[in-house]
Design a protein around this ligand. Structure first.
Ligand code: NAD
Length: 455
């Protein structure tokens, strides 16, 4: 099939490369000329494991192309998959500017039946808005063409995006129950056919339910994390170990183990903005989502828990102290710094007077950009922040090590190396990654999240 992807970011690029790998012909459109130039040059604008090889192969074999040419992109795909960003506005609602622009361009240039596939995460009712925009553009051109808007939310996780896309738990398709809708459903089934032969993973529903499904999924996952973080803080006060509690409840099949890890709070481009946007949608309909409002405020506090533990241990004035920070991206496997807890933690350390030596296997460049932006009004603070090539370099002379993102390469910690290199061997384990007993036995002071009985 001929497919156009509008928006070549974390979702669009993965979707485009994976669909091309299944044999479809894919035209990736992006408004960002620099991004398109990079991709045409064989360079990757983002880090996602395995994506560079997938993009290169499909580009070389002629199934995947990148362009800024809107007219050509609309002409190309029978399916127009919208995967542009839907960032948060100041009031928490989703900014649909890019989605509307994409819809407008499709309406302005289409010349035959099109399926407009809404893959960006958008509030309930957006597909109807997209329909109205396309129809208005057609009307302005005095064209009477059929089209259908399908809601096909994306559930991939950065860091494991290719595997998630290629082996989806479910494919949600929200379609209209009319003639164009049924035609669109046929094409969507054809699109996903290669890895969903028996269609057993497809959930077909009305458009509004599909739009709400995506928010419900992210809201549930965020809720589990905030729930455990709040209990972890209580465990700290009670002298219990949240890790043991996690194992104790996760073994109940009604609960399960996923997303029960206490830590330094969630970040990323999805959970914070999607929970806020859902709360906003509900408010517009006269309903408060009290559980989700609490989920967000617990998370805001949780992002600072590690910093508070540092201040509790060393005092409020950190002048003359140096801290090693491991992990900057909002989670392992990505260079995405959107809403990453490391940003608040590092800014807090610097404001308290500390020096920081930071390491991340892939996110150092995007971290430097994000922190420069966060501290634009206090640029002098950045002089006390440096990035190191190897994790061990950050330890030299450090008063403490903070683990913020649990990259695999940090799993094995060598206590004797810590004691040799650091001024004082203290670790703040923001992801409960390390073995407290082993570290304590080796004379390292260990502080985790919800494990104060082990400190
Ligand atoms: P992103 O910011 O990485 O990419 C968006 C891209 O769209 C950018 O490259 C931008 O230049 C481009 N763009 C904006 N307007 C355009 C236009 N009119 N025409 C062409 N290109 C345009 O965003 P992302 O992380 O890929 O997220 C995209 C959507 O998918 C969001 O709604 C997000 O909530 C959702 N989503 C993201 C993830 C994730 O893990 N990142 C997972 C599931 C769903």
């Amino acid at each position: 099939m001929n497919v156009t992807i509008v928006g070549t970011g974390y979702v669009g690029l993965v979707t485009g490369a994976c669909l091309a790998d299944l044999g479809h012909h894919v035209f990736c459109l992006d408004a960002d000329e620099a991004k398109v130039a990079m991709l045409n040059d064989g360079r990757m604008p983002i880090y996602e494991p395995g994506l560079d090889e997938l993009v290169a192969r499909n580009r070389d074999e002629g199934r995947l192309s990148f362009s800024t040419d809107v007219k050509a992109s609309v002409a190309f795909g029978d399916l127009q998959i919208i995967a542009v960003g839907t960032p948060p506005r100041a009031d928490g609602s989703a900014d649909l500017r890019f989605v509307h622009a994409a819809a407008k361009a499709i309406g302005r240039h289409m010349d035959r039946f099109k399926v407009v596939v809404q893959k960006s995460t958008v509030p309930v009712g957006t597909a109807e808005q997209v329909s109205r925009i396309v129809r208005a553009e057609l009307h302005a051109r005095a064209k009477d063409l059929d089209f259908s808007v399908v809601s096909n939310p994306e559930f991939l996780k950065e860091g494991a995006a290719i595997d998630d896309f290629m082996n989806p738990d479910r494919i949600v398709l929200g379609v209209d129950d009319d003639l164009p809708g049924r035609r669109a459903l046929g094409l969507m089934r054809q699109l996903y056919g290669p890895f969903n032969c028996n269609q057993e993973r497809t959930r077909v529903m009305d458009v509004r339910s599909a739009e709400l499904t995506k928010y419900a999924a992210n809201a549930m996952l965020a809720t589990r994390i905030s729930f455990m973080n709040e209990l972890a803080n209580l465990a700290d006060r009670l002298g219990a170990d949240i890790e043991l509690v996690r194992q104790g409840i996760g073994s109940d099949p009604r609960i399960g183990y996923s997303f029960l890890q206490a830590g330094a709070g969630y970040g990323g481009s999805c959970f914070p903005k999607d929970v806020d946007a859902l709360c906003r949608t509900a408010l517009e309909r006269g309903q408060r989502l009290s559980v989700l409002e609490a989920v967000q405020s617990v998370n805001q506090r949780q992002k600072l828990v590690l910093l508070q533990k540092v201040l509790g241990h060393f005092g409020d004035d950190l002048a003359g102290r140096e801290f090693a920070v491991y992990g900057l991206a909002f989670k392992p496997g990505t260079d995405d710094m959107r809403e990453a807890p490391s940003r608040a933690i590092i800014a807090g350390l610097l404001r308290a007077g500390a020096r920081v030596a930071a390491h991340d296997p892939v996110a150092q460049e995007s971290a430097a950009r994000a922190l420069a932006q966060d501290l634009a009004d206090e640029p002098e603070l950045l002089q006390r922040l440096r990035y190191v090539e190897r994790p061990a370099e950050a330890l030299v002379g450090a008063d403490a090590l903070l683990l913020v993102t649990e990259w695999k390469q940090y799993r094995v910690l060598n206590p004797s190396q810590l004691k040799r290199a650091m001024r004082t061997p203290v670790v703040f384990d923001g992801r409960n990654l390390w073995d407290p007993d082993q570290l304590a036995a080796a004379g390292v002071t260990y502080l985790g999240v919800g494990r104060s009985n082990l400190a």
